[in-house]
Design a binder for this molecule. Structure first.
Ligand code: NAP
Length: 244
């Protein structure tokens, strides 16, 4: 069992909650971040046991001061931060020709800027420790683009470029940075898609099923493991073969 600490954003539901459950089962201590306090507190209570300490840190990741404060408090509470999983994310879909600057900015502020704020805040801690794992959740849409998702695609492509740059700057201090690009994972984010779109997407997935949170969570666990210590600046696509 590990007693290293991992900070997971967007942990209140969906892929983030699946990551938290997977890592708690592997013995990691957890700092759980999302805006809504109630589901976070509930999850923390579920995951706490004699081997694992899980605590909730409610907050909006698109606020720089909040990110700095949370990382500081988590570091004080646990004494070290081995891993950061930047998972929180939103969509704000709309056709490009009708996209207002406000709609453009929302996924950039949360997905890309939030990832920057948390990565920037943990970097000095990990560099001092001379070890650390940064895992950023992008999307296949960040690699392919998608009609109706120019803002989301740009935010997710930005995460890939940010991660590669961070990997190059921090590698000398024993810190790795990698991206996971999920395909279609069944969560609240994908629940509202019309049946026609779901059927069409399923037809494009060689493994003939939608992904589940645990499909992504298992890869996060691997990237935190000793076996993954020589992997950095990479993007692992977890999509059942969809964009191959
Ligand atoms: P989800 O079910 O909608 O969950 C999103 C999580 O992010 C929630 O915990 C939410 O909590 C948190 N969040 C959103 N905005 C936040 C903010 N400003 N500050 C703090 N937390 C915030 O989404 P999901 O499907 O699990 O997606 C997780 C990640 O995977 C996202 O980055 C998404 O882009 C990516 N992804 C998902 C899929 C998919 O098919 N589902 C595919 C590719 C990539 P609160 O609302 O309480 O803040």
């Amino acid at each position: 069992m590990s007693n290293q600490t991992i900070l997971v954003t967007g942990a209140s539901r969906g892929i983030g909650a699946a990551i938290a459950r997977e890592l708690a089962a592997a013995g990691y201590n957890l700092a759980l971040v999302a805006r809504s306090a109630e589901p976070l507190e509930k999850l923390a209570a579920e995951l706490n046991n004699e081997n694992v300490t899980a605590k909730a840190w409610p907050g909006d990741i698109s606020d720089h001061d909040t990110a700095e404060r949370i990382v500081k408090e988590v570091h004080k509470e646990f004494g070290s931060i081995f891993g950061l999983v930047n998972n929180a994310g939103v969509t704000q879909d709309g056709l490009f020709m009708r996209m207002s600057p406000e709609n453009w900015k929302k996924p950039i502020d949360i997905n890309l800027n939030g990832t920057f704020y948390f990565t920037r805040a943990v970097a000095p801690i990990m560099m001092r420790q001379r070890e650390g794992r940064i895992i950023n959740i992008s999307s296949v849409i960040g690699l392919t683009g998608n009609a109706g998702q120019a803002n989301y695609a740009a935010s997710k492509a930005g995460i890939i470029a940010l991660t590669k740059s961070v990997a190059k700057e921090l590698g000398g201090r024993g810190v790795t940075a990698n991206v996971i690009a999920p395909g279609f994972i069944a969560t609240d984010m994908t629940e509202d898609l019309p049946e026609k779109v779901r059927t069409e997407m399923l037809g494009r997935i060689p493994l003939k099923r939608f992904g589940e949170g645990k499909d992504v969570a298992g890869v996060v666990k691997f990237l935190l493991s000793e076996e993954a210590s020589y992997i950095t600046a990479q993007t692992l696509v977890v999509d059942g073969g969809m964009i191959a």
